[in-house]
Design a protein around this ligand. Structure first.
Ligand code: SF4
Ligand code: SF4
Length: 376
């Protein structure tokens, strides 16, 4: 049995006038419906500090961090805003796992991250970049689990979660081991890949932190198609957050925020949205219908078409095309295409057609690239 030092057992903050709270799996904790991903904090510390502090004042009680984000500065940017406010707040740390990871190094990293953040303990610590194939590195003698159990016994860690990008089936296996209290996975209107895993987590009492609820900003663009599919008439970001929180097995929607008005809007949505008023099944059916409009032939991101002799990043363009056609996000293709390095853009395509001979979905890639370029 894990020993929890009494001073680590203070209740989490609960400000029901501005925030709603949800069960965090079987931990007994009530986590804020909106949590704060600290991986998008800006370069201006004079802005980050009051932003984090305001989030706590508004009732946000979960902050996702790791030392490695933002060129190893994420926790340094987070810590000043937490100063004097850490009681009753979950600040999650994270370290990676691999064949070379040892209990000693994992333990040292826990101490290092606590030190940067100015914390006495982590209420949650994540095994990052995890997957089913990492299980031997977790369980081996002198491995990560040994460090975790030691840190738990000393009260440096209370609960353990994992994050990663393995398949939904593999993540189900991971949570079925009973070793984890939470998992953190991307989940939003456009990416519902982990829905079966989230459902299984709900059955097992494993907390779910839903990352990227607005799909890394993609859902900041308006879409009449999404409004019709979800039977909602509101800004897309608000629909996106409501959708994630409609899933009863999601504990918290973790949004990477870096602007005050973004925080205020997300807090307002999380507070105003009454989960019991939402028909999650009907929303999923609406999204399924939208997805079905793509037909049987769409890019599955297999990358068999690569490499392109002209250097075009074909899967990236196809992903943009697919989401544009399916979800009708006005203005999004233009913005997304700007994020592709110039040397990899479709403007370099010379129509050789090689990619089409390799595509298992027999997509008319050249015509699609044309259509996409014509749209911007
Ligand atoms: S048709 Fe265009 S995108 Fe496809 S392989 Fe040839 S140059 Fe690349
Ligand atoms: S081969 Fe076809 S399905 Fe696969 S990534 Fe390329 S375009 Fe997409």
């Amino acid at each position: 049995m894990n020993v929890v030092i009494p001073s680590n057992s203070e209740p989490l903050i609960c400000k029901e006038e501005t925030m709603r709270y949800r069960r965090f799996g079987r931990t007994g904790l009530k986590v804020s419906a909106l949590s704060f991903g600290c991986m998008r904090l800006c370069d201006d510390q004079a802005y980050n500090t009051p932003l984090i502090a305001r989030a706590i004042d508004l009732g946000v009680n979960y902050f996702e961090t790791t030392r490695y984000y933002l060129g190893n500065t994420c926790q340094h940017r987070t810590a000043p805003g937490l100063a004097g406010k850490t009681a009753g707040v979950i600040v999650s740390g994270k370290d990676g796992i691999g064949p070379d990871q040892t209990a000693y190094r994992f333990r040292k990293e826990i101490e290092r991250q606590l030190d940067i953040l100015g914390l006495t303990h982590f209420k949650f610590y994540q095994v990052g970049w995890f997957g089913w194939n990492m299980m031997p590195h977790l369980l081996k003698r002198g491995g990560v689990l040994e460090a975790i159990r030691g840190a738990q016994n000393e009260g440096l860690i209370q609960h353990v979660g994992f994050t990663g990008h393995d398949t939904p089936e593999h993540f189900i296996r991971c949570i079925e081991t009973g070793l984890f209290d939470s998992l953190t996975v991307p989940y939003n209107l456009l990416n519902r890949m982990y829905e079966p895993t989230i459902k299984r987590a709900g059955e097992l009492g494993v907390g779910v932190v839903a990352m990227c609820p607005v799909a890394g900003g993609m859902l900041a663009f308006e879409s009449d198609k999404l409004k019709a599919a979800l039977n909602m008439d509101m800004p897309t970001t608000e629909m996106a957050l409501r959708f994630v929180l409609s899933n009863p097995d999601v504990s918290t929607a973790c949004s990477g925020m870096n602007r005050m008005e973004q925080l205020d809007q997300n807090v307002k949505t999380a507070r105003e949205f009454e989960p019991g008023s939402a028909d999650f099944g009907a929303m999923c059916e609406g999204l399924d219908r939208l997805r079905a409009t793509l037909g049987e032939r769409f890019c599955t991101m297999c990358r068999y078409c690569m490499p392109c002799p002209q250097g075009v990043d074909i899967p990236r363009h196809m992903e943009i095309y697919r989401n544009w056609k399916c979800f009708g996000l006005a203005g999004w293709p233009q913005s997304a295409l700007k994020g592709i390095p110039e040397a990899q853009t479709a403007s370099h395509c010379n129509e050789c057609g090689q990619c089409e001979t390799k595509c298992p979905n027999t997509l008319g890639i050249r015509a699609m690239l044309h259509e996409l370029l014509a749209a911007v």
